[in-house]
Write a protein that binds this ligand. Structure first.
Ligand code: THU
Length: 142
């Protein structure tokens, strides 16, 4: 039997994951040793990556996902829409996006956008709305 045709959507997510891995090579993480990379695919077709940047004042650390997000807005402006997210780490550990990063992503991401990340049972892909079902979203009245 011949192999089925490769699914282009899955192939694109694999490529995004590889870009996240490459970004993790730039991690500045002397305190945790945990090297994380994130890649965002935008609706304009661009891919923007980020990595975690730690600080001796530990709480100032920025995660890879938020690093990528602020880079994307800085490059393309506030109208960006995120169509897919990939997260990778070089430590062979699970690393779904943390809660703070999910909330930050929620501002710019499409609800159905796939989020690919290393989980305890391997690489998982979940729609954004499933990893953050109740994002804070302040609707001003009037
Ligand atoms: N980190 C990320 O880059 N993304 C996350 O979603 C969670 C944690 C980073 C922050 C810190 O540099 C290291 O991982 C250990 O917490």
């Amino acid at each position: 039997m011949s192999n089925p045709e490769p699914n282009p959507a899955l192939t694109a997510l694999d490529a995004l994951l590889e870009q996240a891995r490459q970004a993790a090579l730039h991690s500045y993480s002397p305190y945790s040793g945990f090297r994380v990379g994130a890649a965002l695919r935008l609706s304009n077709g661009a891919v923007v990556t980020g990595t975690n940047v730690e600080n001796v004042s530990y709480g100032l650390t920025i995660c890879a996902e938020r690093s990528a997000l602020v880079a994307a807005v800085s490059q393309f402006g506030p109208g960006i829409r995120i169509e897919a997210v990939a997260v990778a780490n070089l430590n062979g550990a699970p690393s779904p996006p943390c809660g703070a990063c999910r909330q930050m992503l929620s501002e710019f991401i499409l609800p159905d956008a796939p989020v690919v990340f290393p989980a305890a049972d391997g690489i998982r892909t979940m729609p954004f709305s499933e990893i953050l079902p109740l994002a804070f979203d302040m609707k001003l009245k009037g």
